[in-house]
Design a protein around this ligand. Sequence first.
Ligand SMILES: [Zn+2]
Length: 321
Amino acid sequence: MAHKRVGVGVLVVLGLLVSTGRNALTQVDQPGIYLDIDEIKAIANRVRGGRNLQPDTWPGGARVAVAISFDVDNDTISIARSTSPSIGAMSQGEYGARVGLRRVVDLLDRHRIPASFFIPAVSLVLRPDMVEVIEASGRHEFGVHGWIHELNSALDAETERELVVRAMNYLEAVTGRRPVGYRAPSWNFSPNTLNIIKGLGFLYDSSLMADDRPYELMQNGDATGLVELPVEWILDDAPLMNPRGDSYTSPRELLQVYIDEFDKAYEEGTIFLLTTHPHIIGHRSRIVILEELIDHIKTKDDVWFATHEQVARYVKEQAGL
Ligand SMILES: [Zn+2]
């Protein structure tokens, strides 16, 4: 027994040493550990997924909806986030306006597929000719993606709202139509974003990730009537296609991820929503995977290709929202 007690004592001391060492190595602020249950719930419920808006069937009896979007960031992020923007990085973004966009739109129009273009207004200020390229087919939608791809989550409410209004007004002025869809730059909400977009009367948001089916956004436990068309970094080209980044994936491997995501959406009868960027996907070695993806999707005949606006209107109506 004595031997065992000594053994346990040694283990306790060793455990303390190990845990002390670990804490010293990985000391981080963890304010959440001091919250009570009500405080935890209040934080989680500020913006949360509500009612599932997946309809029983899509228009025409289609089994799956395919909503393709393009975030036309081009060089706006470089300009917004540095007092001396990198000329090299800006030129990499400019490729989107000079080459990528046209390649993307040609592909869509050849397949007669509608898409949604979320555009920081400044992208259009710098290249107003992009409006005509996108508008030519009459199929595509323009959505808000900030004024200059500002990091909305780091702004005060008044500044954030003013920039969204400025972006909306600009898009309306150059396209002749008030946008109804919002996609937060960098896909994040500040504590004020939901109030701002609700107050401005947007039909839907497409920035959050709580589901892979459309859902209603909840605010502090209350239904908002705002449709969320969820995105995912999995279904984005930006994080994985930067050859100088730390998580590079070859376009061909990414194609398989997109195909697997589509096949599962088809099997489950839900929605496949993909986001790419003209300055990234528009390169020669990458546009081919978008072509192959569309060819793959088109092997099924019960697919509804739609803009985000069309999807949002349909699910809202079906749900009686
Ligand atoms: Zn963006």
